[in-house]
Ligand binder design. Structure first.
Ligand code: PEP
Ligand code: MG
Length: 868
């Protein structure tokens, strides 16, 4: 039989899959000689076995848990069942990937009506009953689903009736409170088990089951964590942060998780248990204050936290407890952090020599880069308004939206297309679905390590916590702040970097280039093999792409240049022309527009390559469809509306995506492509005369047959040569290549390569044509496909490697048989996707091209593709 349970001194950090992150780290810390309370870990495999067949617990696991407890008793010299030398344990979940607060924990297991009295003799009445009360509450909530708030109601009722705090109760009053808690169990037709072993068994099963609770599932979906991993269960002897004024508990990051500064960042509470810090019910003190309150424990903490950071070579998120002046480390893990902090920390760790440049590159996920180019408030607009409240800057970013007070409302509003800000006293893991859809999260209570803060930072969502000036009334749907009363639906703006809240809407802008980002991307460029180009055609997009480090333009879609009011009219005139003369007049106009465009575009990109794709969409996309527009076009063209309408009707197609588009248009209406290349070369020649070195790359779309390419290329070449002659210019180099967007083009790539200077895979069309999925309609079924596990991902966003990817690979191999060094790029949407980029690296693509804002992330992804 495989081993079901490991003591902390048996495991190591390499056993993460079996012991979960927390269990593996407890084992590792024990190994490092840190003061970790003794305990054992029940493996993730046990969880999955139990979830598959509940009888596994009785048949196999139970006896092992019993043995492990006996072992723990002899290790600690305490007893879990007798009334002497009382051992209490905590039971905590611990998955392979950290899922903060998503699963369950129960503390103080082992207390019952008798043992609590003996425990009170060992410690004191208040403390012992405080522990017992918390156990009943957590056990009721986790094992029997009795909401913890119901216990709080009983507590507050009694405090009110006796007019004193629970900490001032005498023994009889404590017993009365416990009885009322037990009655709550009875009302729910269950009983709190008095046998400590029974408590442990039930708690273990409940933690296993919490792997499959709704919020854990949502969290896993959100973070792409597989559902089959299961959670380990860590059983650990309790140490008590709530045993007096020389005790306490805290959570500390070894570096600042918001901005990355190399300075301890965290908080603690004296005389409290761990959940008090995370739940945000009492507002904790900053960690620095511990130095004056409990200096010895503080110094030990500094020593141990340094050791942990050096050992794990990363910023740690450490939970500790101090029991009567002695420090214990309960948990360490690589700390969650903002995008900004991620970058600062890896660069600092590299500068400190703890990690290499390559490790620094591998440690940053390309999604993090996306967060760094998030919007911030327009500072000019911001100076004109005053904050109405300020809290803690828990997660940076700027957002505007309507206030909602519950997760359900957040979902309801966003389903209607509205942006929301979730405002609550504090969040709890049940709120996860609402938090995911919110633009920002604001809480009136809680610190920088509260649930809201940790989860928002992980998601890159703007968040302000501990905004104590707010009185949030979730049931009345109001929030009071000074003289302001805000209600559901009111607009506010939230600055997660400063903690400020503003009334109304404030415009946002994209942040300045970040120096750390530049540094990391420079390192990335040094080891990358694939180049990153941009898909862009407007001057602004071209400039953004260059500023973000694009090495060239992989796709300039020329149809986007025909949509301005003046231009579309000429396009319509051309399409609907009655005679040669009208055709020529329209073409001349379009030529002058395009010429100016290309001149500016080529001048912007200078000596960088730019692939210009000739017109691609079917003609009717340029024509009006509603009666008013048709009438006004008819007026402009001096025609009868009915005549125009007839012409438009004639141009309609049954399957336009499979119809008269791409090179098919070029072949039936060569004048348009001729006009386009003439415009390109008129401007290129002009720029060459001005001293620029230019090598235009012309791309023909939607080729499926070599003869198509031969035909188009021959008339394009004629036009280009004539243009050089016209300008009395010695021809300079240029290239004519093709898009590969059809399965047939992949199969005959060797033939196409004979007459193409380069290839660029249009994976949008190639995916559409390979699956037979309309790229514009996939939204109608892809979610159902994902839910039913027919497909894991949308193939238009992440390359389908086994189908479309195989076609691309085949085409690359065939093309290189014909032309060994042919330049081959990717210009569909997946060109900016990390997973797809790793595949493109493997099959020998030269560059990927994506929209400008995806360039920084793609630069990192291409480097990671090499280092992997
Ligand atoms: C493609 O098909 O992948 C492509 C880049 O072209 P478009 O999206 O313009 O059809
Ligand atoms: Mg296409």
């Amino acid at each position: 039989m495989e081993k079901l349970i490991y003591t902390f001194d048996e495991g190591r950090s390499g056993n993460k899959e079996l012991l979960g992150g927390k269990g593996a780290n407890l084992a590792e810390m024990t190994h490092l000689g840190l003061p970790v309370p003794e305990g054992f870990t029940i493996t993730t495999e046990c969880c999955m076995n139990y979830l598959a067949d509940a009888s596994f617990f009785e048949k196999q696991l139970k006896a092992e848990v019993l043995k492990a407890i006996q072992n723990l008793e002899s290790e600690t010299g305490k007893s879990f069942t007798s009334t002497e030398n009382i051992l209490l344990v905590s039971v905590r979940s611990g998955a392979v990937f950290s899922m903060p607060g998503m699963m369950d924990t129960i503390l103080n297991l082992g207390l019952n009506d008798h043992r609590v009295q003996d425990f009170a003799k060992l410690t004191n009445v208040n403390f012992a009953y405080d522990c017992y009360r918390r156990l009943l509450q957590m056990f009721g909530d986790v094992v029997y689903g009795i909401h913890k708030e119901q216990f709080n109601v009983l507590l507050h009722q009694m405090e009110k009736r006796l007019n004193k705090k629970v900490t001032d109760f005498n023994e009889a009053e404590h017993v009365e409170l416990i009885e009322s808690y037990k009655n709550l169990f009875s009302k729910n037709k269950v009983a709190f088990p008095q046998d400590p072993m029974e408590q442990l068994f039930e708690a273990t099963k409940a933690v296993f089951k919490s792997w499959n609770n709704q919020r854990a599932k949502v969290y896993r979906d959100l973070h792409n964590i597989p559902h089959h991993l299961g959670t380990a269960v860590n059983v650990q002897s309790m140490v008590f942060g709530n045993s007096g004024e020389e005790s306490g508990t805290g959570v500390v990051f070894t570096r600042n998780p918001s901005v990355g500064d190399n300075k301890l960042f965290g908080e603690f509470l004296i005389n409290a248990q761990g959940e008090d810090v995370v739940a945000g019910i009492r507002t904790p003190e900053p960690i620095e204050s511990l130095q004056t309150i409990l200096p010895e424990a503080y110094n030990d903490f500094i020593k141990h936290s340094h050791k942990l950071e050096q050992h794990y070579k990363d910023m740690q998120d450490i939970e500790f407890t101090i029991e009567n002046g002695k420090l214990y480390i309960l948990q360490t893990r690589n700390g969650k952090r903002t995008a900004k902090a991620t970058l600062k920390i890896v660069l600092d760790l590299a500068a400190e020599g703890l990690i290499s440049k390559e490790e620094a590159i591998m440690r940053v996920s390309p999604e993090v880069i996306d967060q760094l180019i998030h919007p911030v408030f327009d500072t000019e607009k911001l100076t004109a308004v005053d904050a109405f409240a300020t809290g803690l800057p828990a997660s940076p970013g700027a957002a505007t939206g309507s206030i909602v007070f519950t997760a359900d409302k957040a979902k309801e509003y966003t389903a209607l297309g509205k942006k929301v800000i979730l405002v609550r006293q504090e969040t709890s893991p049940e709120d996860i679905e609402g938090m995911v859809v919110s633009e920002a999260i604001v809480t009136s209570r809680g610190g920088m390590t509260s649930h809201a803060a940790v989860v928002a930072r992980g998601m890159g969502t703007c968040c302000v916590t501990g905004c104590e000036a707010l009185t949030v009334n979730e049931s009345a749907k109001t929030v009071l702040c000074g003289n302001h009363t805000l209600t559901e639906g009111d607009m506010i703006s939230v600055d997660g970097s400063t903690g400020s809240l503003y009334l109304g809407e404030i415009p946002t802008i994209v942040p300045e280039n970040d120096q750390s980002l530049q540094q990391l991307l420079t390192w990335a460029d040094e080891c990358a093999e694939l180049k990153v180009r941009a898909n862009a055609e407007t001057l602004q997009d071209l400039q953004t792409a260059i500023d973000f480090g694009a090495t060239g333009i992989g796709l300039a879609r020329t149809e986007h240049m025909f949509f301005g009011e003046e231009r579309v009219l000429e396009m319509r005139r051309l399409i609907l022309a009655k005679d040669e003369e009208e055709v020529q007049a329209a073409l001349n106009k379009l030529l002058s527009f395009q010429q100016e465009d290309f001149y500016q575009m080529l001048k912007t990109v200078q000596d960088k390559p730019m692939v210009i794709r000739l017109l691609d969409p079917p003609m009717h996309e340029f024509l009006p469809h509603d009666a008013n527009e048709i009438k006004s076009l008819a007026d402009q063209l001096n025609r009868y509306p009915s005549a125009v309408e007839k012409q438009i009707e004639k141009l309609q197609e049954t399957n336009p995506m499979l119809g008269h588009r791409g090179c098919r248009l070029g072949i039936t209406e060569p004048l348009i492509y001729q006009m386009q290349v003439k415009a390109i070369f008129n401007s290129a020649i002009q720029l060459a005369k001005e001293g620029l070195t230019i090598c235009p790359e012309i791309m023909v779309p939607l080729i499926s047959e070599k003869a198509e390419l031969d035909y188009v290329k021959s008339f394009l070449t004629e036009t280009i040569e004539a243009t050089f002659k016209e300008h009395q210019m010695e021809p300079f180099p240029y290239e004519i290549g093709t898009m590969i967007e059809l399965p047939r083009a992949c199969i005959i790539a060797d033939q196409l390569a004979e007459n193409a200077d380069f290839f660029s895979f249009g994976t949008n069309d190639l995916t559409q044509m390979t699956f037979g999925f309309s790229r514009d309609d996939i939204g109608k079924f892809i979610n159902t496909y994902k839910e039913k596990q027919i497909m894991q991902q949308d193939p238009f966003q992440v390359l389908d490697q086994s189908g479309v990817g195989e076609l691309i690979k085949l085409a690359v191999d065939k093309a290189r048989q014909t032309k060994e060094n042919m330049m081959i790029g990717i210009c569909g949407e997946v060109g900016g996707n990390t997973e797809s980029i790793a595949f493109f690296q493997q099959i020998g693509i030269d560059y990927v091209s994506c929209s400008p804002y995806r360039i920084p992330a793609a630069r990192l992804a291409v480097a990671q593709a090499v280092l992997k």
